[in-house]
Design a protein around this ligand. Structure first.
Ligand code: ZN
Ligand code: ZN
Length: 90
């Protein structure tokens, strides 16, 4: 996935790291890179928001336990549907 703009760090690389970034397990230097990227890249920011949202919902449903893939997929589907519903038509 790419927004077509040039970034210091490639979008695919950011998206791979964003999960770790959400968990705050990245070193500061790397977090800054990601934060900077998210500021200038809407598609990646969207993805980041989505992942954060899923994480919050999964956490609420499962506590500290790892969410089963099925639940994660269900939440993702619901979020995607909600986004489609709220999207304004062109
Ligand atoms: Zn990006
Ligand atoms: Zn971009």
């Amino acid at each position: 996935m790419s927004c077509g703009e040039h970034h210091d760090v490639d979008c695919s690389e950011i998206l791979q790291r964003v999960y770790v970034f959400i968990d705050n397990e990245l070193e500061d230097a790397t977090s800054d890179e990601i934060r900077h990227h998210l500021e200038e890249c809407a598609p990646c920011l969207d993805q980041y928001d989505l992942e954060r949202c899923i994480k919050k919902l999964v956490h609420r449903s499962c506590g500290d336990e790892q969410a089963p893939d099925a639940l994660r997929a269900k939440i993702l589907t619901r979020l995607t549907e909600a986004r489609v519903e709220t999207a304004s038509p062109d």
